[in-house]
Structure formats: C-alpha cells, structure tokens
Design a protein around this ligand. Structure first.
Ligand SMILES: Cc1cc2nc3c(=O)[nH]c(=O)nc-3n(C[C@H](O)[C@H](O)[C@H](O)COP(=O)(O)OP(=O)(O)OC[C@H]3O[C@@H](n4cnc5c(N)ncnc54)[C@H](O)[C@@H]3O)c2cc1C
Length: 317
C-alpha cells in the first residue's frame, strides 16, 4: 500500500504503452507504467509478426515486445505490476487507485489498455489458436494463400477481413448468425461480388477439427442440422471488447465501448490521453498503436511540463 506522485502515468504496456513510455522518457518526463499482466500486451500471444516495419524476415511477437520494453527502460521508464481500478480527476491532475491498494497522483495519464478479441466459442479454440485459428487477417492472410478459409462474424470487421482474405485465399466462406451481413452496403457489395466468396448465414461455429492444424470447421445451422467446411484457416471477427472501463463517465465512448478521441489522442479532459486499440480507429495494429503512444506522450509531456509549479503532482521518487 503506498501513495506516490508521478508526472505521467501510463496504464497498459502493450505497444501503445511502451511507445508512450519511450517517448515520455526521451522527453525527460519520467513515466511510470502500470501493467496488470505481462509487459507486452496482446502481441505476446502472437507467434510471429511479419508486418512491423524494420524486420524484413519478421520477428517473434514476444521478442518485439521485449525489445520495446528494454528500449523504454533505457530512457528511464519504470514498470509496476498492478491493475488500475479507478481513475478520478482531482484539482491538480488525476488519482489512480490500483488492485494492489496503491494510489498514484499523476499530472497526466495515458490510457493504453487495449482491446481483447472475443474468442471463438468452441472448446478446440486454445488447441488451434495460431495453428489455423487467427484473429487478424491483415496479419495472417499471407499464410493462407491459395487455401480455403472461413470468416466468423457478420459485422463490418468481418466483411473487411473477408475482403483481405479473398485477395489470396482460394475460397472464403463467411459464417454469421444473422440472415444478412451487417456492414456498410458498399463493402458488402464488393465482397459478395467476388467469385471466391460464399455466404453461410444463420450459422454458428460448433467445432474445429484437425491434426496439428485446422482442417475442418463444423457449423450449426439455424434451420437445424450441421454443415462441415474443409478449411485451413478460421478468421474470427466477432468484435473486440475494448478495455476502457476506467474512463466511462469521464470521456466519450462509442456504442462498442471504444474511446472516441482524435489522432491527437486528447480526450477533451485536459491531461488525459488515450492510445492504441482502446481508441476508436479504423486500423488496429502494432504500427498504429505505437504511433498513438508517441503522440500521446508528446502531448502529455507538454501538459505535465506546463503544469509544473502550478500545483500539479511532482515525482516523489
Ligand atoms: C491474434 C492476434 C494477432 C495479431 N497480429 C498482429 C500482427 O501480426 N501485426 C500487427 O501489427 N498487429 C497484430 N495484432 C494487433 C495488435 O496486437 C494490437 O493492435 C496491439 O497489441 C494493440 O496495442 P495496445 O497497446 O493498444 O493494446 P494491447 O496490446 O492490448 O495492450 C494493452 C495492455 O494493457 C493492459 N491493461 C489493460 N487494462 C489494464 C488496467 N486496468 N491496468 C493495468 N494494465 C491494463 C493489458 O494487460 C495489456 O497488456 C494482432 C492481434 C491479435 C489478437
């Protein structure tokens, strides 16, 4: 149990939080990063990253995150394992209370808590994740060139995943629970006009089969009975669950729970910034998360400096 004052508190240590920590450290505003699990965020569950610039042969997700972690530490970022439970505005900044019973008084806060994908609701999910089950077509489509795949979901992101996959996969079957795809008509039109795309409406996944990797998807049909699809890949696009609960009531949140903030990452509350997947945006990737983190740190640094000597919390360590 402790109370501490810090200039910049960063909540979350995925790519957005790590980039924010690096940029804040280099601006000589010593950041403290709170992380409830392991440093690295969602990327830790991704075996191989092929689309992060600077690594022509790709790089393992955990290795990339460890490099970002070390780089942020080199410029003075401090990492604390704890979960932020609440965030409140105070006269001079923000108070953040944690599961470990600590309270941080911060001049500026960057919320980089990410979003968690809804997992495929079948018992084989863990066995085949990374072995045919993927949550990101932009990241993994290249592994399924000239092979048949299924997309699970019927919303905007599912349709976008379908469009990406249809460029290279031999066949894309869209499996969704509703009668029609629920996305922008122009995108739906584009998708359904492709010769290698098939729709399987009113259907839900029931099992995944295969040896070392995915070979088949079984689906339950609303009309009764089952269908079996021979696929090498299953792309799950059943929405992400944003983790911005801390900010509810303080800032604008969209219908899906994402924080609405412009590219400046400013929330409208002075001193409070959102970076990475928790912010509503069209492309949720490492490269966009680190960009947000850098922008947020620059803004937060300027804010914290402008508040120096005006009652804002100053570092107590
Ligand atoms: C299976 C999969 C594969 C992917 N592959 C790629 C790829 O190949 N290339 C690519 O560019 N992108 C890929 N992505 C997307 C990429 O992982 C995300 O865009 C990126 O991780 C977002 O970074 P972030 O920092 O915003 O959030 P996250 O990485 O989700 O990190 C958020 C962190 O905040 C922590 N946190 C949350 N709440 C709290 C709290 N209250 N207190 C303290 N800590 C908290 C979490 O524990 C987590 O560590 C993939 C995503 C998935 C799901």
């Amino acid at each position: 149990m402790s109370e501490r004052s810090v200039e910049i508190l960063i909540i979350g240590s995925g790519p957005a939080g790590l980039a924010a920590a690096l940029y804040a450290g280099r601006a000589l505003v010593k950041p403290v990063v709170l992380e409830r699990m392991s440093v690295g965020g969602l990327v830790l569950s991704t075996d191989w990253i092929d689309n992060y610039p600077g690594f022509p042969d790709g790089i393992g997700g955990p290795e990339l995150m460890e490099r970002m972690h070390q780089q942020a530490q080199r410029f003075g970022a401090e990492f604390v394992t704890d979960e932020a439970l609440s965030l409140a505005r105070t006269e001079n900044g923000f108070d953040v209370s944690t599961a470990g019973g600590n309270t941080f008084h911060a001049a500026a806060v960057i919320v980089a808590t990410g979003a968690v994908p809804k997992v495929l609701p079948v018992k084989e999910e863990a066995k085949f994740r990374g072995k045919g089950i993927s949550y990101c077509a932009t990241c993994d489509a290249a592994f399924f060139r000239d092979r048949p795949v299924a997309v699970i979901g019927g919303g905007g992101s599912a349709v976008e995943e379908g469009l990406v996959l249809a460029r290279g996969s031999s066949k894309v079957t869209m499996v969704f629970p509703t009668e029609a795809l629920q996305a922008e008509p122009v995108l739906v039109q584009q998708l359904v006009s492709l010769p290698n795309v098939e729709l399987l409406p009113s259907a839900a996944p029931s099992a995944v089969e295969g040896g070392e990797a995915v070979e088949r998807l079984r689906v339950r049909l609303a009309t009764g009975g089952e269908a079996s699809l021979d696929v090498a890949g299953i792309f799950v696009a059943m929405e992400f669950v944003p983790t911005g609960e801390l900010l509810k009531g303080l800032v604008d949140v969209d219908a899906h729970g994402y924080i609405v903030a412009p590219e400046s990452t400013e929330t409208g509350v002075p001193g409070l910034y959102v970076a990475g997947d928790v912010r509503r945006k069209s492309l949720k990737q490492i490269v966009t998360a680190v960009a947000d983190g850098a922008v947020a740190a620059q803004r937060a640094g300027m804010f914290a400096r402008s508040r120096k000597g005006k009652g804002a919390p100053q570092p107590t360590i």
